[in-house]
Design a protein around this ligand. Structure first.
Ligand SMILES: C[S@@+](CC[C@H](N)C(=O)[O-])C[C@H]1O[C@@H](n2cnc3c(N)ncnc32)[C@H](O)[C@@H]1O
Length: 248
């Protein structure tokens, strides 16, 4: 019985072993045009400066931090899966302005982080139970006027819409013969990973193992944390919600 319970825990995103297993898949997202579009949208809102100290909750393998640490002064990343941290360390090696800490966000933020100008979270908070508490603590860690950008899977997401958007995008950027060839030979690995991952997240949400925010709900969470909502949109084939708050 105990073995069965342990097995069940492993397939839930509240367990770091689930994320250890996903580390190689997540790393491939870096080559997904869809994911990188989302990163650009987030970073447009963050307007990173070389003087900025930035907090990232749930760094994963470093998909956001790899391009973004080049624009910021310092990035502090918190991540609980050892396999993710190991890959992030490898992917970010040589960037002296990145500090990675293995940390379980269900405990809130570490006490000794200091003050940040910006904070970011991409596809993380929906997996946590202490969502409001964490958003409040992130807001508290910001200097006045600091910005928090959160991108998270949302209720509008429909797997088929995402697939259609991928096809439309390829259709627009490739000639017809090249598009057909690509469909039959190789879809970019990043696209496949994004689709598989998106589908799995949706399944998890259906069984209550992940939380899909509604737009109003996340905006209310930001306000409750002491952040004014300065930007809020549902983006990329309705799959992601991007909410940006400024500390009052
Ligand atoms: C979907 S991935 C996104 C990773 C990264 N932000 C990105 O955009 O590629 C979610 C990440 O949140 C991390 N995570 C989930 N629960 C966590 C927790 N309680 N504490 C710290 N990290 C957590 C996972 O290990 C995983 O790396």
């Amino acid at each position: 019985m105990a073995v069965f319970a342990d097995l069940l825990k492993r397939v839930l995103p509240s367990d770091k072993r689930y994320w250890n297993f996903y580390a190689p898949v997540l790393e491939v997202l870096r080559s997904s045009r869809r994911y990188n579009t989302l990163v650009s949208e987030v970073n447009k809102q963050l307007d990173l400066k070389p003087t900025d100290r930035v907090l990232e909750t749930g760094t994963g393998t470093g998909n956001w931090a790899i391009p973004s640490c080049l624009l910021a002064g310092q990035v502090v990343g918190l991540e609980f899966s050892p396999a993710m941290v190991e890959r992030a360390q490898r992917n970010l090696a040589g960037n002296n302005n990145v500090e990675l800490r293995q940390w379980d966000l269900e405990k809130g933020l570490p006490q000794d982080l200091g003050v940040f100008h910006k904070a970011v979270s991409v596809a993380v908070h929906g997996y946590l139970k202490n969502r409001q508490q964490l958003t409040t603590q992130v807001a508290q860690a910001l200097a006045p006027g600091g910005i928090f950008a959160m991108a998270t899977p949302c209720l509008g997401a429909k797997f088929l819409d995402v697939l259609k958007a991928e096809v439309r995008e390829s259709w627009q950027t490739d000639t017809f013969p090249r598009f057909v060839l690509k469909c039959f030979t190789k879809l970019p690995l990043g696209t496949v990973a994004a689709l598989v991952f998106g589908g799995i997240v949706q399944l998890k949400a259906k069984i209550g193992a992940a939380h899909f925010y509604a737009k109003d709900e996340l905006e209310a969470e930001f306000r409750q944390a002491g952040l004014s909502v300065v930007y809020s949109t549902i983006t990329y084939a309705s799959q992601y919600l991007l909410v940006v708050g400024r500390k009052n």
